[in-house]
Design a protein around this ligand. Structure first.
Ligand code: ATP
Length: 237
């Protein structure tokens, strides 16, 4: 079943067109990656899907429903949860309070314990630091906290914007392993990354975005083997 569909989506910032006629699909159960250079329009695409940025053209469908004009907070209720670029951890709140914030849109807020257990299971480090202020965590731990917070909304679709950005190599590996684990537990993932190697290794399928347009698509494996991709994104001539 197709969970997310973008059809001819364009997004502008004033006169600047950041995304041009983007068409893509994410099937339920998949990990899909959107790769591309700096400024290609990856973050803007994510903002359009989560509803933070309005479209200037096109349509977005989620689980069969046209959500093009739906408010961002209602998209969370529908099951779309975004981990923004830069993470957006609340620095003055504890880890536990940050996680609690992730569940704000849920109607079944009475019993969050199983979900909290799941997050602490995926990220034992967060369990150890549950009473520590978010702002005192390392970059990798803040990424974990942002992902854990997004999971507390019980999303059907998790949007990850550059989860590996600014992280030490051992954290990068760990974050991507956890992405695979989250997906195995039943959450569909759309991932934006500059780390094309990791993203393509983990993704079932991927789209390449160049100056706001999709220029290539295929399975992660196909794109990893593609010589033009190797040259442009994988640092292999
Ligand atoms: P990065 O990895 O640098 O975030 P990206 O692929 O996510 O790159 P976007 O951030 O989506 O790219 O940017 C796409 C284009 O839109 C760029 O030309 C960028 O300069 C422009 N842009 C992004 N945000 C804004 C904004 N708030 N106002 C004006 N232009 C913007």
């Amino acid at each position: 079943m197709t969970l997310l569909e973008l059809d001819g989506v364009s997004v502008h910032y004033g006169r600047i067109q950041a995304v041009s006629e983007l068409t893509l699909k994410v099937e339920e159960g998949e990990v899909v990656a959107l790769i591309g250079a700096n400024g290609a329009g990856k973050s803007t695409s994510m903002r359009a899907i989560s509803g933070i940025r309005p479209l200037s053209a096109g349509r977005i469908t989620f689980a069969g429903e046209d959500i093009t004009k739906l408010r961002a907070d209602l998209r969370v209720v529908r099951g779309i949860s975004q981990v923004p670029e830069g993470r957006g951890v609340f620095p003055g709140m504890t880890v536990a309070e940050n996680l609690d914030m992730g569940a704000y849109a849920r109607k079944d807020r009475k019993n969050l314990q199983p979900d909290l257990d799941r997050v602490f299971d995926l990220f034992p480090r967060l369990a150890e630091r549950r009473n520590q202020a978010g702002g005192t965590l390392s970059g990798g731990e803040q990424q974990m906290l942002a992902m854990g917070r997004a999971l507390m909304a019980k999303p059907r679709l998790l949007l990850l914007d550059e989860p590996s950005m600014g992280l030490a190599p051992q954290f990068i590996q760990q974050i991507f392993r956890i992405v695979t684990e989250i997906n195995k537990q039943g959450t569909t993932v759309l991932l934006v990354e500059q780390n094309a190697q990791q993203a393509l290794t983990r993704a079932h399928r991927a789209y390449v975005l160049e100056t706001g347009r999709i220029t290539k698509t295929g399975t992660g494996r196909e794109l990893l083997a593609d010589s033009a991709i190797k040259e442009a994104y994988l640092g292999v001539a």
